[in-house]
Design a protein around this ligand. Structure first.
Ligand SMILES: NC(=O)C1=CN([C@@H]2O[C@H](COP(=O)(O)OP(=O)(O)OC[C@H]3O[C@@H](n4cnc5c(N)ncnc54)[C@H](OP(=O)(O)O)[C@@H]3O)[C@@H](O)[C@H]2O)C=CC1
Ligand SMILES: CC(=O)N[C@@H](CCC(=O)OP(=O)(O)O)C(=O)O
Length: 300
């Protein structure tokens, strides 16, 4: 008998992807609700009580309500939403963040999965702020482009029905929901300017952060030192210049590739992942593996 896992929000974009990643596993027994009961409070409460681990793939308000439903249960929770990412009662589910994070996830009852853009930005910034190469109070700008699956079922329907087209920029009011976690875990004290965009393709993301007045070699060395030995985060060789940066390069994987680009002391640090992979479902399965006492890369 495997560990019992309940995915709340199983038919949503992230939920479906996690389900697909777990379906073939003999060490996991999925608890599923019939379609007419998937939002039924009693059926969900029963599923939470039966599960060893519940994975919340819900909008923020529903994730907060679901966590409250589990408050008195021994069930472990992984929340894919934004609701608990900077909550001190939850462990941030980014295993590669710093020494000790993997062990903290493995021992946690409540784990909050990072956001997709924030996984990229934190992966780039944290080693650089900790090494003193980027000042914690630096004026930072972050650019990102995501495939439209990043906006969940509603945005997928917009693009696939033809109602939305081409590329658009958004969150121009500088209130994007990922900035609090980028600041907290990237160790930056000044809110970065964030310019996100959505492209007319399904999945894949690139995030870039320009850095003036830093040494590309030192930046590359700090990133390489931090991620050496990491199964899922790699740093491209400094001289491996590509004419085109492709946000879809790591689709359907749990990989995140970092690169140091630019010319002289005008450096751009860059990250590519699958927003549905290392940006959501892959990271959730990595955390699930750790919480079940398995190798973090099992089945990934
Ligand atoms: N898409 C992405 O790239 C990423 C998403 N996330 C996060 O994951 C979470 C889910 O996002 P995503 O999968 O994209 O969203 P979707 O809109 O695709 O899926 C959300 C699912 O939750 C269901 N749902 C809503 N309210 C309830 C409720 N009260 N009880 C049970 N089910 C409910 C919805 O039902 P119905 O089908 O009826 O609408 C839907 O199936 C969000 O918090 C999002 O921020 C995190 C990282 C990346
Ligand atoms: C393209 C798009 O709209 N992306 C979403 C972020 C992805 C997501 O759903 O948010 P979490 O990763 O925090 O859960 C946004 O910018 O709000």
């Amino acid at each position: 008998m495997g560990a019992k896992v309940f995915i709340d929000g199983e038919v949503g974009t992230t939920g479906l992807q996690i389900r697909d990643r777990l379906l073939g596993r003999k060490d996991i027994e999925l608890i599923s609700l019939p379609n007419d009961l998937r939002k039924d409070a009693g059926a969900r409460a029963d599923a939470f009580a039966r599960a060893d681990v519940a994975i919340l793939c819900l909008p923020d308000d529903a994730a907060i309500a679901a966590a409250a439903m589990c408050a008195d249960l021994p069930t472990k929770i992984i929340d894919a939403s934004t609701a608990h990412r900077v909550n001190p009662d939850w462990v941030f589910g980014f295993a590669e963040l710093a020494a000790g994070q993997r062990a903290a996830i493995a021992g946690a009852k409540r784990v909050s999965n990072p956001g997709c853009y924030s996984t990229c930005a934190i992966a780039l910034l944290r080693p650089l702020t900790d090494a003193g190469l980027v000042a914690r109070d630096a004026y930072l700008s972050i650019f990102g482009i995501s495939g439209y699956t990043g906006g969940g079922k509603a945005m997928i329907a917009e693009f696939e029905s033809g109602a939305a087209n081409g590329v658009f920029l958004y969150a121009t009011g500088q209130q994007h929901k990922h900035m609090p976690e980028v600041m907290q875990y990237g160790h930056v004290s000044r809110a970065p300017i964030f310019v996100p965009a959505v492209g007319h393709y399904a999945q894949g993301m690139i995030v870039q952060i320009p850095l003036h007045g830093v040494d590309a070699r030192a930046v590359h060395a700090a990133l390489t030192a931090h991620y050496t030995g990491s199964a899922f985060i790699s740093v491209r060789a400094l001289d491996a210049v590509q004419a085109r940066e492709n946000p879809q390069a790591f689709n359907n994987t749990n990989q995140l590739e970092l690169a140091v680009l630019g010319n002289g002391d005008r450096v751009v640090v860059s990250a590519i992942l699958d927003n549905l992979g290392k940006g959501a479902s892959g990271a959730a399965v990595q955390n699930l593996n750790l919480m079940l006492g398995l190798d973090e890369g099992a089945w990934l």
